[in-house]
Design a protein around this ligand. Structure first.
Ligand code: HEM
Ligand code: NAG
Ligand code: NAG
Ligand code: NAG
Ligand code: NAG
Ligand code: NAG
Length: 503
């Protein structure tokens, strides 16, 4: 890294130590000083804003939640601008543990810190450990989650992956002990933070793999690589958000955080305020997906072929590219609705005089957002336990002209998918295995989730996509999303790092 007048202070502020530098500041008071004037997070209009520090503090006090003890990534959702996932193994636990306490813990970004620009660090750092990573640290307590204990590689068949041939080799197995999440508004900040953390940890860890995520450019900010706005519908966690937006699912803190109210698992005391992090590298075949839409437009009076293709895509997702839900805007996109967080999540799939169990005129039963959150399909009040906080970010370059023209992906891109929950068998793994991959959920014969559903790579049949004839089926010849694997991690509280994992 080239050191300039601008980068030196940022580097020192982040690192809190300066062993790699010839310039050394002895005082640590600068660590407490305001670090930023501009947020490290994105805030597209259509995504719910984060609570203010006052709102969150009041909600946390009322619920008895300690937002200073909860790692910052868990509750904030898909708001990172640039993020690096740094997967490592612990090479020397005896050397790693004291450094975890002395060098890493002070850099871990809390939930509270992220809520105000003035308390945000230059680069956010979070850390999480796999089951084998906790073992490497000498932890023998069970966290009470069989899927976490087994690791994601053992679950690949259950998740619908066609074996591990598409898996990133480092994910195939149980070698990854942990992941560090670095996030900032610039890659240079992240690079500097990685350099300081690497220099602090030295040979106590081994870097196994990294994946760099980034917000998409310009007006695509917040949109996933197929072009749909993401990060709209995350649950409102009690103790963080006092007033859910219309249609936002209220969940007990224990749905996401271990040991909090609503968590029914048996956990060691130190696991409180931690969360399971399900990571998946999901590559997206964007030109192939677009060609499929072009080739299969919904034919309806008054629609051009392009509009018919857009409608097919919207019905597969359950939302238009703007974020507007097809349940509220069934034939055409409505960008004003899409951009309004007080309205864009305010639906249940119920409509007066329309049969909820048979009528797919508004939203197909199999649509991605209906499979993964069936709302009124499972009755009211809504199911409370199968909720996750999605906190991923796109990765890879924009589609090139050459890829678009050839209808063929040549450079990998997709979603670095992150889901937080207190119970993997209720959260990510359930949504993937029991809902998205099951053609008879929620209604017999509706087919697969056309976005993330998987059947070991076999073609998937979906019905209900054509609003003019809901019994008509469409066969998706290939998976437009290809799993490259991942791992299950535990993102511990700051006090757990301090009192248990580093000793
Ligand atoms: C590359 C893969 C994926 C893409 C492109 C994708 C895209 C989207 C989009 C565009 C939305 C609508 C925006 C929103 O409500 O925030 C959404 C919502 C959602 N997705 Fe995905 N998704 C992917 C993977 C997954 C996976 C693997 C799961 C879980 C197994 C999942 C679960 C959900 C849930 C729970 C919602 C919110 C539903 C609601 O509350 O209405 N997604 N996704
Ligand atoms: C949310 O939807 C309900 C039911 O359709 C409606 O009565 C209410 O006005 C909507 N709220 C907003 C903010 O649009
Ligand atoms: C579904 O409901 C819509 C709106 O009321 C209606 O026009 C349509 O005929 C219904 N479709 C079926 C299959 O019942
Ligand atoms: C790409 O797909 C479109 C839509 O099917 C088609 O018109 C075009 O000829 C295809 N291009 C190539 C190079 O195959
Ligand atoms: C609807 O689609 C099914 C299956 O393709 C077909 O058998 C049926 O004739 C269609 N109905 C109408 C009214 O077109
Ligand atoms: C870690 O524990 C030590 C000793 O109990 C305490 O002084 C320190 O404030 C703790 N740090 C954090 C971040 O909790």
């Amino acid at each position: 890294m080239k050191l300039t007048a601008n980068t030196i202070p940022a580097f020192l502020l982040l690192a809190g130590f300066a062993s790699a530098l010839t310039v050394r500041q002895d005082s640590t008071s600068h660590l407490l000083q305001p670090r930023r004037t501009k947020s490290l997070l994105i805030s597209p209009a259509a995504q719910p804003a984060l609570p203010t520090i006052q709102e969150a503090t009041a909600a946390a006090a009322a619920a008895g939640l300690n937002l200073d003890n909860i790692q910052g990534d868990i509750l904030i959702g898909m708001k990172k601008n640039q993020e690096l996932f740094y997967f490592f193994s612990i090479a020397d636990a005896a050397a790693f543990k004291p450094k975890l306490a002395s060098d890493i813990l002070p850099l871990i970004t809390t939930t509270t810190q992220l809520l105000q620009v003035s308390t945000q660090p230059t680069t956010m750092l979070n850390i999480a450990f796999s089951a084998t990573g906790l073992s490497a640290l000498g932890i023998t307590d069970s966290l009470g989650d069989a899927d976490f204990a087994g690791g994601q590689f053992a679950a690949l068949t259950a998740l619908g992956d066609p074996g591990s041939t598409n898996w990133v080799p480092q994910f195939a197995g149980t070698n990854i002990h942990g992941v560090m999440l670095f996030a900032s508004d610039t890659v240079a900040n992240i690079d500097a933070a990685v350099a300081s953390v690497e220099s602090a940890l030295g040979s106590s860890i081994t870097k196994l793999y990294t994946l760099a995520g980034a917000v998409r450019p310009g007006s695509e900010a917040g949109h996933e690589p197929f072009g749909f706005l993401d990060g709209i519908s995350n649950p409102a966690v009690e103790g963080f958000i006092a007033t859910p937006l219309p249609g936002q699912a209220p969940v007990a803190a224990g749905t996401i955080l271990l040991g909090e109210s609503g968590d029914t698992g048996t956990r060691p005391a130190w696991a409180q305020d931690g969360s399971f992090l399900a990571f998946r590298q999901l590559s997206q075949l964007v030109p192939e997906f677009n060609k499929f839409l072009t080739d299969n437009p919904i034919v309806m009076d008054g629609l051009t072929p392009q509009q018919g293709s857009d409608l097919l895509g919207a019905r597969m997702m359950g939302r238009w590219k703007s974020g507007a839900p097809v349940d509220l805007s069934p034939v055409f996109d409505d960008p004003v609705l899409g951009a309004d967080p007080t309205r864009n999540n305010n639906f249940t799939f119920e409509h007066d005089g329309v049969n909820l169990a048979t009528n797919q005129t508004f939203c197909p039963f199999a649509a991605h957002i209906r499979k993964t959150r069936p709302r009124a399909d499972l009755g009211t009040p809504e199911d409370a336990i199968h909720h996750i906080i999605r906190a991923g970010i796109p990765y890879g370059p924009e589609v090139s002209d050459q890829e678009a023209a050839s209808n063929t992906t040549t450079t990998e891109r997709g979603l670095a998918f992150v889901a937080y929950q207190s119970n993997l068998a209720n959260g990510f793994q359930f949504l993937q295995q029991i809902w998205a991959n099951k053609p008879n959920f929620v209604h017999t014969g509706e087919g697969y989730d056309p976005i993330v559903g998987a059947d070991a790579g076999a073609p998937r049949v979906v019905t209900g996509l054509d609003p003019t004839n809901s019994t008509k089926s469409l066969t998706l010849p290939i998976d437009f999303i290809v799993s490259r694997g991942g791992e299950y991690f535990f993102a511990p509280s700051l006090s757990a790092i301090n009192t248990t994992l580093s000793v």
